[in-house]
Structure formats: structure tokens, C-alpha cells
Design a protein around this ligand. Sequence first.
Ligand SMILES: CC(C)(COP(=O)(O)OP(=O)(O)OC[C@H]1O[C@@H](n2cnc3c(N)ncnc32)[C@H](O)[C@@H]1OP(=O)(O)O)[C@@H](O)C(=O)NCCC(=O)NCCS
Length: 156
Amino acid sequence: MLPPLDDVDRIMAIMETAFPPEFGEAWNRRQVSDSLLLAGTHHGLIAPDGKANLDEGENAAGFFLSRGLFDEEELLLFAIAPAWRRRGLGHLLLTRFIESARQRGKKRLLLEMRRNNPAGILYAAHGFRPIGIRPRYYRTLNGERIDAITQELVIE
Ligand SMILES: CC(C)(COP(=O)(O)OP(=O)(O)OC[C@H]1O[C@@H](n2cnc3c(N)ncnc32)[C@H](O)[C@@H]1OP(=O)(O)O)[C@@H](O)C(=O)NCCC(=O)NCCS
């Protein structure tokens, strides 16, 4: 099955502005469309007004992309476009991601983030806890190394 083209466009529009270029975290279009073809991959969009189902041709304000295996699911990408931040959309989208994973029977959610990424405040507010560190995992464009923090949320 082909990935929904509109959704790839919407995700890429956010990808281009949401991830600070110095960390090299953004995926390219090929990576996104290929990943959406893989079994166990899920994505979700959020509109600027918070709704999950976008109208035809409507741009998204944010998205998540995750991959599940057995009863675990890893949040691979999570972003809100800069123009729509600090209005609670990240909170709403994360709530929906957790709920959708729960409904698929997942028991353990995982993610990896750069140390000191403000996203950690949001993750902590939803119950994610650090369970490991990959020292100097990320490399910035100027060669600086930053630890990756693995976070876990166990859900009922
Ligand atoms: C992290 C991100 C998704 C948050 O999206 P958002 O829509 O702004 O999140 P919300 O408005 O729901 O914020 C929820 C809370 O998170 C915290 N928070 C979010 N961004 C913050 C920031 N830049 N600095 C400090 N706290 C922040 C705050 O506690 C905030 O609540 P408040 O606004 O009431 O103070 C967004 O900043 C983003 O896309 N960042 C770039 C991509 C990224 O790093 N993704 C995570 C990869 S692991």
C-alpha cells in the first residue's frame, strides 16, 4: 500500500521548519515515505485548531511518527511547526499518540531525545522517565557532541 501522499507532503512541510538544522535530526522525504510503508509504523497529524482529521488540502501544525514492535512502540519523530508552538498542540498530540498506542495494545513507549531539549519538559509532564543515556550520541554541524536520553513510559 502506498503512503498517503498528502500526509507525506504535510509531514515534510513541518520537518523543514521544526527541527533545528544544527542537530541533523530531520528526515528526508524518502525516509518518511519509506517508513510509512513499513508494518508497525504509525503517524498522526494535528491541525492548527487541534483537530486530528484534516480537511483536504489543509496544512498540518504538527505530526508524530512511531514504530511499534510487539508490545512496545518507539516515538521516532514528534514536532509542532514553530508558528504554532506554545498553544498546547504538542500536549494534545502527545496525548493522542499515547492513547493510540494504548489502543493498539502497547505497554511500553520509548523515545530518544537530545539532552536539554525543551521537549523533555513535555515528555516528563506525560509521565516519560529517563532510563538510559547514550553519551555523545548526537553530533552537531559544528562537531559538538550531545548525549541522547532514552525515555520510557509504561502504560496500562
Ligand atoms: C517540543 C515541541 C513538540 C513542543 O510543542 P508545543 O506545541 O510548543 O508544546 P505545548 O504548547 O503543548 O507545550 C507543552 C509544554 O511543554 C513545555 N515546553 C514546550 N516547549 C518549550 C520550550 N521551548 N521551552 C520550555 N518549555 C517548553 C512547557 O511546559 C509547555 O507548557 P506551557 O506552554 O504551558 O509552559 C516543539 O517545540 C517542537 O516541535 N520542537 C522541535 C522538534 C523536537 O525537538 N521534537 C522532539 C524531538 S525528541
